[in-house]
Design a protein around this ligand. Structure first.
Ligand SMILES: C[S@@+](CC[C@H](N)C(=O)[O-])C[C@H]1O[C@@H](n2cnc3c(N)ncnc32)[C@H](O)[C@@H]1O
Length: 170
């Protein structure tokens, strides 16, 4: 392997793995089979649903949401992952990906459900942001949290490591 290729791989790895190491949840994708099951048990997605995936990684959550007929939007801080997910969803016009910080995202008015696979460091800040968006849109938003329960909030349903919350405007 030439030095140039090795250098490119190192740079890509730094971008890929290091980008969010200090800013938020690291990249760990949700499992397709578990996702399908979680949607069926917790929040059966329909055509009318618009899902926002906060920290959308490689786009797997939106891909599965599409199998249920839903549409949606992902926001991803890591530009390489955002690029991969744009490519993955390129044929599906119901989805779009924004490259950027989830805390700066204003949810579209059609949003019905939010998906988060964050980490314990920032789950409360993320929920505060979702609450602000529910207030701004003046509508209830459903929240599916993978792997983390939200301190101070009561979930309405759970399945394995997935928890469903209702974030009401206040
Ligand atoms: C655990 S992964 C989950 C990916 C995807 N949602 C899934 O379930 O497969 C968390 C993702 O959030 C992204 N992330 C972390 N902090 C972020 C931020 N402030 N804004 C946008 N994305 C962020 C990471 O780059 C990573 O891809």
């Amino acid at each position: 392997m030439s030095f140039e290729i090795a250098r490119l791989i190192v740079v890509l790895l730094i971008v890929f793995l290091g980008f969010t190491a200090f800013t938020g949840a690291p990249y760990v994708p949700s499992m397709k089979k578990e996702l399908r099951e979680a949607f069926k048990k917790l929040y059966p997605l329909k055509k009318k649903d618009f899902l926002v995936d906060l920290g959308s990684g490689d786009g797997v959550v939106l891909k599965i949401a599409g199998e249920f007929g839903a549409s949606g939007l992902g926001v991803e801080l890591n530009p390489l992952l955002a690029l991969i997910s744009k490519f993955r969803l390129r044929k599906d016009k119901k989805f779009s990906i924004k490259t950027g910080n989830l805390f700066k995202l204003d949810f579209p008015p059609e949003t019905t459900v939010v998906y988060v696979f964050g980490d314990s460091r920032d789950i409360l800040s993320i929920v505060t942001h979702i609450q602000q968006q529910a207030n701004r849109l003046n509508k209830k938003l459903y929240l599916i949290s993978n792997a983390f329960m939200i301190p101070g909030y009561k979930h309405t349903k759970s399945h394995r490591a997935y928890f469903l919350y209702e974030i009401k405007p206040c």
